[in-house]
Design a protein around this ligand. Structure first.
Ligand code: RUQ
Ligand code: CUA
Length: 761
């Protein structure tokens, strides 16, 4: 059996080598004909195909909609790289299954209740001076107004903050030019206090607003105690955007249903949708957030639920909140890269309006207002602030920017099209059909001061007939569009089978530099050494009455300890540290009947606690296929019944080995070592040190060979004592380490061959 394993390893390698040399007889023309592909199709394929081993130029972060997660994919290949668990437990990442991540999820409790999902809408990348810096990602939950913080150092969720006054929030997350604040606006107006207030008091007691979450970059955390909310009328505040450059101190927030209509079909009243779209205009909220922050510092706030709120009265008195009419039921509000204009589209109006920040400032400075709303907020007349209005098509929603001067792209929901236009001249340039009903759209670095152009992704709400049918619930459809030429060209359809991704942001891949391993014994959620981490050889189990605490480790291919004995009723706490230094050697940990799966990436320490309330035998194992002996990476938790009386047990060996078994094994080990030596010679004869990935593999191989040496000594010691049973078992373990060394060594060799490493001698 074991012999077969080594042989099969080499067979696979030979197979791979011979397969690579095999040339397919088909020509491109044959394939095109057989598959019915046009030249345009093949060109699109060539523009998106990323050959094996090559990487994407841009990395996109999609909101995962109702899945409460974030989807990471590459552009132009549109290959999904990861789902980042954010608001929803996700077992592959151990998220919501280990103590460390449970602590993050529990920060998101709403009024004491666990919320195990999210409706993620808008991701935002951290910015430095208006440019994406690749450090952090923020995303909001609409259903339960929360913001999550993801650290792009390891693509893990580190913090969840709950909005203390809102009961829903669509318009988040947006970041200020230097990420000192992350913004979120209310959607459905509610009382700020957590109290019952009859709907009859909607105008007086229900409120909207904009929350500015303070972000501390050094700590890498949002600071709730330094955050504040500017209260606003119950106008259903929607999307927002921070200004840039000249407008950097300001923020802009749309609203709909400024009619303040309250439906009630069952009471015989016309529905919300009728009453909420009766007026021709709604309001753009213009806020001087920089000044608002100073007002908060000066203490001119009202505490609501322990949170600093600037009331509308204060906001008006201090001159930080203004309204400007905007076309009916607007949705997106997007500040141009130069910060000079604010683009707003009304879903129920064919116009896209371009507001001029300078004109807005002029009106404010001259106190030129056309009226005040019923809450005393000054309204600036629309014509006094408009730069231009453009007729783009039906149902304009969101706008993103391209790399060319004044280049904008707007999604047309009703038309199912993307419009390319010039916001300076107010001129439509090009249109392309998408499939179907586009919501957001996204360009590379599209929210930054410096959009990169090249690609656009149309984030379509409906897929309808685009993919093989999979039942009534269809995937969403992202369409990749080439915007590098004069005409937009559709390149690729990507199904998204995980919630409705509302919005996405994409960053140049070279700006992301995540770690490949943690320092050994790391609590990744708190970004510090775990007090439960242990190094190799330091594993131990602490037993106290009623409590068993295991400080264990995992490394190919064993879990230490392999046997855990506890008494019924004990609290069992298991901490496991992954000792691997190799890249991509994650181990898992699953235990029968306990709803646990840990994901223990190299260096990480993860913990799990439970009460062993039922006596029995509970196997545990590693859930990642980590090595040829992954299946053997196992152990037993034994829970002894309360009244259990120890009796002496005698265990019989499953198999009895002799001297000849041992000799046979040693012969095999020596032969294996010869193979390993050859691989090692190949590597060391080349400039492998010039390839960090190869260096890491070599380090790992050396580790495994050192382990092999350690157990070889044990085998030989047992053999001198003629303890053939243990000699054979240790010799077999020696061989296991050799196989692992060979596996990694061969990976390094293949890598060096592919990268064209040179002989150095
Ligand atoms: S959304 S389709 Cu941002 Cu939730 Cu506009
Ligand atoms: Cu570790 Cu499988």
């Amino acid at each position: 059996m074991k012999k077969y394993r080594l042989n099969s390893l080499f067979l696979v390698i030979i197979f791979i080598i011979s397969f690579a040399n095999y040339t397919n007889a088909d020509t491109l023309a044959d394939v095109m004909q057989a598959r019915g592909l046009t030249e345009k199709d093949v060109l699109a394929a060539a523009k998106t195909y990323v050959p094996t081993g090559k990487r994407d130029k841009f990395i996109a972060f999609d909101s995962g909609g109702q899945s409460g997660q974030v989807i990471v994919f590459g552009i132009p290949s549109m290959r999904i790289l990861k789902y980042i668990a954010v608001f929803t437990p996700e077992p592959w990442q151990g998220y919501g299954y280990d103590d460390e991540s449970k602590a993050v999820l529990s920060q998101g409790r709403i009024q004491g209740k666990d919320i195990t999902w999210g409706d993620t809408h808008h991701p935002a990348l951290s910015e430095t001076d208006g440019e994406y810096d690749g450090k952090f990602l923020f995303i909001n939950d609409k259903a339960n107004p929360r913001i999550a913080l993801i650290d792009l150092n390891d693509f893990e969720t580190k913090q969840i903050v709950v909005n203390p006054v809102f009961k829903s929030s669509h318009g988040g997350a947006f970041v200020s030019e230097n990420t000192d604040y992350v913004m979120e606006s209310a959607q459905y107006a509610t009382p700020f206090e957590n109290e019952y207030v009859p709907l009859e008091q909607f105008n007086e007691k229900y409120r909207g607003g904009m929350t500015y979450w303070r972000f501390n970059r050094e700590e890498g955390r949002i600071k709730p105690e330094e955050s504040f909310t500017v209260m606003a009328p119950p106008y259903s505040q929607d999307l927002s955007d921070f200004g840039k450059g000249p407008s950097a101190d300001w923020s802009f927030t749309n609203s709909f249903c400024s009619e303040r209509y309250v439906g009630g079909i069952e009471l015989g009243k016309p529905p919300f949708e009728a009453g909420c779209s009766a007026k021709d205009t709604d309001f753009l909220h213009v806020v001087n957030w920089r000044k608002a922050a100073e007002i908060v510092k000066a203490g001119k706030v009202t505490k609501i639920n322990g949170h600093d709120v600037i009331t509308m009265e204060t906001a008006v008195a201090e001159g930080i909140l203004f309204l400007i009419p905007e076309p009916k039921s607007p949705h997106g509000v997007d500040v141009t890269p130069d910060g000079k204009y604010i683009v707003v589209s009304g879903k129920l109006d064919t116009h896209t309006s371009v507001y001029d920040f300078e004109k807005i400032q002029k009106a404010i400075a001259e106190k030129k207002f056309e009226a005040k709303d019923s809450y005393g907020i000054p309204i600036i007349a629309m014509p006094d602030t408009l730069h231009t209005q453009v007729e783009l098509g039906l149902g304009p929603l969101h706008t993103q920017y391209g790399a060319r001067p004044c280049e904008a792209f707007t999604s047309l929901y009703v038309d199912s099209m993307v419009a390319r236009w010039d916001y300076c001249e107010g001129k439509l340039l090009d249109k392309i059909s998408i499939h179907y009903n586009i919501g957001h759209l996204m360009t590379m670095h599209g929210d930054s001061k410096n959009p990169r152009g090249k690609y656009l992704i149309a984030m379509n709400k409906l897929a309808i007939d685009r993919f093989n049918p999979v039942g009534p619930l269809h995937p969403q459809n992202h369409q990749l569009i080439d915007i590098s030429g004069e005409k937009m060209e559709l390149l690729y359809d990507m199904p998204i089978p995980l919630g409705e991704p509302h919005y996405s942001v994409a960053i140049s891949a070279d700006l992301l530099k995540p770690v490949v391993r943690y320092k050994v014994g790391w609590n990744s959620r708190e970004d510090k050494r775990s007090e439960y981490g242990v190094r190799a050889g330091r594993e131990h189990t602490d037993k106290q009455p009623g409590k068993v605490e295991v400080f264990g480790t995992v490394i190919r291919s064993h879990i230490t300890p392999e046997i855990i004995e506890v008494n019924q009723g004990d609290e069992v706490i298991i901490h496991l540290t992954n000792l691997e230094r190799a890249q991509d050697e994650t181990h898992g940990f699953a235990l029968y009947g306990q709803n646990v799966n840990l994901s223990i990436e190299p260096g990480k320490t993860a913990s799990y606690r439970f009460i062993a309330d039922k006596p029995g035998v509970y196997p545990y194992y590693c859930t990642e296929f980590c090595s040829a002996l992954h299946l053997e990476m196992q152990g037993y938790l034994l829970v002894k019944p309360k009244d259990y009386k120890e009796v002496a047990q005698k265990s019989e060996a499953g198999f009895v080995y002799s001297k000849s078994d041992y000799d046979e094994q040693v012969k095999k080990n020596i032969a294996t070592q010869a193979v390993i030596d050859e691989v090692v010679n190949f590597i060391t004869a080349r400039n492998y040190q010039d390839f960090p990935a190869a260096v890491a593999l070599v380090e790992d191989t050396t580790d495994q060979l050192n382990f092999a040496k350690e157990v070889q000594a044990k085998a030989e010691a047992a053999a001198t004592k003629e303890d053939w049973q243990n000699a054979m078992l240790w010799a077999s373990q020696w061989w296991q380490y050799q196989v692992k060394a060979a596996d990694i060594g061969l990976r390094a060799k293949t890598y060096l061959e592919q990268e064209g490493a040179k002989v150095v001698q």
